[in-house]
Design a protein. Structure first.
Length: 112
């Protein structure tokens, strides 16, 4: 299912799209320097995405975190709309379930 907003976005920017889904571990094992490095990396990713002219037109980024539970932090958005979140640690590591949910998100985006 797609929204009217998606249709307008594709009409304004007819470039082929590339869905980029980040599955990020925010479990307790990421505490301290690890989560700080992940947050810093997200900032660098945001800057690089916006700086690359082709990526800015084509890449649509989503974020799914897993740490205690699985959370869609960011649905797919363009480079201009992408804002790197600040992540915090929590719980265990349900990586398998996160991968399955991520595959579902990518399939849904491909249908759009």
């Amino acid at each position: 299912m797609h929204s009217e907003l998606d249709t307008v976005a594709f009409a304004v920017n007819p470039e082929p799209r590339c869905a980029c889904l980040l599955l990020l571990d925010c479990s307790g094992s990421m505490d301290g320097e690890r989560i700080e490095a992940l947050n810093a990396g997200l900032q660098v990713f945001q800057e690089a995405l916006r700086a690359d002219e082709l990526a800015a037109k084509r890449v649509e980024t989503g974020i799914l975190t897993f740490g205690g539970n699985i959370q869609t932090v960011q649905d797919f958005v363009t480079a201009a709309q992408f804002e790197a979140p600040t992540l915090a640690v929590s719980g265990d590591t349900p990586m398998g379930a996160a991968v399955e949910q991520g595959l579902d998100m990518i399939e849904a985006r491909k249908r759009t």
